[in-house]
Design a protein around this ligand. Structure first.
Ligand SMILES: Cc1cc2nc3c(=O)[nH]c(=O)nc-3n(C[C@H](O)[C@H](O)[C@H](O)COP(=O)(O)O)c2cc1C
Length: 348
């Protein structure tokens, strides 16, 4: 079974849904001493199967397959639906003409998505937004697959430990992408990555992986000094040659570094951190549909924006430290991180 001690570099490339985590990116990280992760949140079983087989043909290193734990959801009242649609239509851009209120099923069946996992048996299976259904962790263990789950608070971490998962991803408020809170209506302590990592390392017995705002080897060493066994970096990999991030998204990550990041629920119905743009500003106080119905609703607009190369209407997920972005091959980034970890630890 996977163990952090077997890693050459104490690093997980974060799972990133939405086409970012190509088999080439995942295998590139796994081939150079870290864990490569797929973000399979909305993917169909056939795609999951094909991506895993492709990555496994490119590497024998550790691969992590990550899924969202969706909560049951239904459409709100007609009035809310009209208001949510109106908010998007009033953006007045081409992509809003074709939007329609989504129909059931509102999210994929996790049990169907897991079928290819039981066949391909990646080293790690991980979850975001909560604990998987009963029996899943036990089944993974029986097949030799380790399980990790994101936490944004000590209470969530203790629930993860009680469920017999193998490690906890401590997701700080700096992190890019969706905030992995189990119950997004609950009060959010909004702890920083280092505060949360230190707290979890003190109170939990299973390994902690620090995630959020970590961009270089010195940051990784700082997280390890707070008690983490490894660091999970998402944003840092977005501009690697092998990433699936579209050109207009990369352009903003590399050349619009004076912008702030913001937590918005306007794209998907749940809070996620990305670079501020016209969409996040205009939609700030607007009515949205619940997660992930809002995500399906805004899908054609986001797709239109990618095709138009208009990053003002795309979800530009990024952590607070995105200004330290590097653009190079995955291999070179892994080599640079390795050098930085070594250099920084020599000066400690
Ligand atoms: C583009 C993007 C997509 C993400 N998608 C997922 C996902 O599908 N599953 C998940 O567990 N975390 C996801 N995350 C969050 C990461 O796991 C991690 O918490 C975050 O990247 C760490 O912060 P950083 O981006 O500052 O490195 C995503 C992050 C980004 C930037």
């Amino acid at each position: 079974m996977f163990n952090f001690a077997q890693l050459d570099l104490p690093l997980i490339q974060a799972p990133m849904a939405g086409g970012i985590t190509t088999p080439q990116l995942v295998a590139g990280v796994a081939n150079h001493g870290g864990v490569g992760s797929f973000g399979f949140a909305y993917s169909a079983p056939e795609k999951i199967h094909a991506d895993l087989l492709m990555a496994q043909s490119l590497t024998s290193g550790p691969i992590n397959a990550n899924f969202f734990v969706f909560s049951p959801v239904c459409l709100p009242s007609d009035q809310i639906q009209v208001q949510a649609m109106q908010a998007l239509r009033s953006l007045g851009v081409g992509g809003v003409q074709s939007l329609t209120i989504p129909a059931e099923p509102f999210y994929p069946s996790l049990m169907n998505q897991l079928e290819p996992i039981w066949q391909a048996r990646p080293a790690i299976l991980s979850f975001h937004f909560g604990l998987p259904p009963e029996g899943v962790i036990e089944k993974a263990h029986a097949l030799g697959i380790a399980v990790g789950i994101s936490a944004t608070s000590l209470a969530e971490a203790l629930a993860i430990e009680s469920a017999h998962a193998d490690f906890i991803v401590a997701q700080g408020i700096e992190a890019g992408g969706h905030r992995g809170q189990f119950d997004f209506l609950a009060k959010d302590g909004a702890l920083s990555t280092l505060e949360l990592t230190a707290q979890l390392a003190k109170h939990c017995r299973i390994p902690i992986v620090a995630a959020g705002g970590i961009m270089n080897g010195a940051d990784i060493n700082t997280a390890l000094a707070k008690g983490a066994q490894a660091a999970q970096l998402g944003t840092a990999f977005l501009c690697c040659d092998e990433s699936g991030a579209p050109p207009s998204y990369r352009h903003y990550l590399l050349h619009k570094q004076d912008r702030s990041t913001t937590l918005t629920k306007a794209f998907s119905g749940r809070l996620a951190r990305g670079i501020e743009n016209t969409f996040t500003r205009t939609m700030q106080d607007q009515v949205t549909l619940p997660f992930p119905i809002q995500n399906t609703l805004t899908g054609p607009l986001r797709q239109w924006a990618v095709e138009q190369q208009d990053a003002e209407y795309q979800s530009l997920w990024a952590g607070t430290a995105y200004a330290q972005m590097r653009s190079m091959s995955t291999k070179d980034l892994m080599q640079q991180l390795r050098n930085e970890i070594g250099q920084a630890s020599m000066t400690l």
